[in-house]
Design a protein around this ligand. Structure first.
Ligand code: DAT
Ligand code: MG
Length: 149
């Protein structure tokens, strides 16, 4: 099954939205494969966002992302990467539909509360970066037969 890297950003943690965001993935039927609360350093975030390093907003993005703990997670399920992005909504929350995480809880692009991998390839890279050798668990959920046909 496909895995995606989902991260609740410092504003999402500070605003008490950890449970809300986890609930949405749980209720949808996805399986939590790994989770931790961490305060990543600047170099770690610069690697995570390496493809954006030429952007004018990059320094502000890194400052924001290092401003407090983040909740790093791996969620697993059918089409988890694409579906995770749909559940997040557009990068700019003002363009996100109501019913999406950003569309329900955020306004500014620089405070959009949650990250989700944009492709299967970047999900693999991000899971390796954030969880490395730590265990991303494999286990069976008894409800799976009620989630998948
Ligand atoms: P996403 O997080 O939807 O994958 P991205 O990878 O293009 O979007 O950008 C990463 C983060 O950088 C994004 O969540 C918020 C910030 N960002 C993107 N575009 C921005 C902009 N034009 N101004 C300020 N911050 C921006
Ligand atoms: Mg991105």
């Amino acid at each position: 099954m496909e895995q995606t890297y989902i991260m609740i950003k410092p504003d999402g943690v500070q605003r008490g939205l950890v449970g809300e965001i986890i609930s949405r993935f749980e209720r949808r039927g996805f399986k939590l494969a790994a989770m931790k609360l961490v305060s990543p350093g600047q170099a770690h975030l610069e690697e995570h966002y390496a493809d954006l390093k030429e952007k004018s907003f990059f320094p502000g993005l890194i400052k924001y992302m290092t401003s407090g703990p983040v909740c790093a997670m791996v969620w697993e399920g059918k089409d988890a990467v694409k579906t995770g992005r749909v559940m997040l909504g557009a990068t700019n929350p003002l363009a996100s539909s109501p019913g999406t995480i950003r569309g329900d809880y955020a306004i500014d692009v620089g405070r959009n509360i949650c990250h989700g991998s944009d492709s299967v390839e970047s999900a693999k890279k991000e899971i390796a970066l954030w969880f490395g050798q730590e265990s991303v668990l494999q286990y069976t959920k008894s409800v799976d037969a009620w989630v998948y046909e």
